[in-house]
Write a protein that binds this ligand. Structure first.
Ligand code: AQP
Length: 328
């Protein structure tokens, strides 16, 4: 059994991108492996969050984990801030990261672009993410393709630590599915779908009503021409919609292409909307149950207890290796 860890930020409502790129894999891995899945609230505050919204979104994301099929009896589900070792190891690793390597992170460049004031947290975020992963001696990290660069940095930091202080940390492997690894924005097939985008029409959230979903898909940008053809280079928008169709219906992109051969965008989009509505319906029903039962608080408490045991032990060995005086 390998150890798996991943997280999602409570920085908005979860999108189909988060689901297809990350959560579906979280669920697929829980039977075979020892899994830790967290709501990364310490990451969410790298951009300003309104307290009431942060609280609501945190509970909502945790409930969506369960609604999507994560079983708290199998996987530990917890809030990152409920395990203090994350912030502590995050700091220790920040001192080992180089400015140059952090400056190269494309997510930092994207998120800071055009902003007058850029928080320092946004800059050092990758070293906190490294701490998240390394605390659990994680073997596999299921993430979307957009996180590849951060994972590479995590591997570098773990290697640097081990070289400097002796073999202490486990160097993790990324686990990125080939199909559907990156879902793009509905208004721009070259940008990834993001929950914090200012244009709500650019993403579909897991809690959108059927009517919202139909509206958003019917307004989704499509390229010139009218063939339903999978060609991400030349037809990024249609290709993205085809990926969503395939992921939500359990078909391959090739099957989708064959089924819509010779048909126009209109008919395809109409069917796509229904496929997405149907795929989300059971998840939304379960979400309402989880929220109204209040069970999420107990789930998060138990998850944090399990996580703390593992995280504390790694932090202890890291501090010892670095030469911190142990507390008597
Ligand atoms: N568009 C996407 N396609 C595939 N996977 C995606 N992920 C995010 N967007 C897509 C994957 O979801 C996981 C959780 O991401 P996160 O919430 O920690 O942060 P993010 O990657 O920055 O996601 P967002 O939705 O874009 O959030 P904001 O807008 O707050 O920055 C990760 O595994 C990610 O790969």
């Amino acid at each position: 059994r390998q150890r798996v860890l991943s997280g999602i930020q409570p920085s908005g409502k979860l999108t189909l991108g988060n689901y297809i790129g990350a959560m579906k894999n979280f669920v697929a891995l829980q039977d075979e492996h020892e899994c830790f899945y967290m709501v990364v609230d310490l990451h969410a505050i790298t951009v300003p969050q309104e307290p009431a919204a942060l609280r609501e979104q945190s509970e909502s994301v945790a409930a969506l984990f369960v609604a999507a099929g994560l079983d708290p009896a199998k996987a530990a589900i917890f809030m990152q801030s409920h395990v203090p070792a994350h912030a502590e190891l995050g700091w220790l690793l920040t001192t080992m990261a180089y400015m140059g390597e952090l400056e190269r992170m494309t997510q930092f460049k994207d998120k800071s672009e055009g902003k007058e004031a850029v928080g320092a947290g946004l800059f050092v975020y990758p070293s906190l993410m490294a701490a998240d992963i390394l605390l659990y001696k994680t073997n596999l990290v299921p993430v979307g393709d957009d996180q590849k660069q951060h994972l590479e940095l995590t591997r570098d930091l773990a290697g640097r630590f081990n070289y400097r202080y002796g073999e202490t940390l486990v160097v993790p492997e990324p686990f990125i599915p080939k199909v559907g690894a990156r879902i793009m924005a509905l208004d721009d097939g070259t940008k990834k779908m993001s929950k914090s985008s200012p244009n709500a029409g650019s993403f579909i959230t897991l809690l959108d009503t059927p009517d919202d979903i139909r509206k958003k898909i019917s307004r989704a940008k499509t390229d010139l021409g009218r063939e339903i053809q999978f060609d991400p280079q030349n037809k990024p928008e249609v290709s993205n919609l085809m990926t969503i169709f395939a992921q939500c219906s359990g078909q391959t992109v090739e099957q989708v292409q064959t089924a819509y051969d010779g048909q126009g965008y209109g008919a395809f989009k109409k069917d796509l909307a229904e496929v997405v509505v149907q795929a989300l319906e059971p998840l939304q029903r379960k979400y309402q149950e989880v929220r109204s039962s209040g069970e999420i608080h107990r789930i998060l408490k138990e998850g944090a207890e399990r996580a703390n045991v593992v995280a504390e032990e790694t932090l202890r060995s890291v501090k010892e290796a670095m030469g911190f005086l142990p507390r008597a």
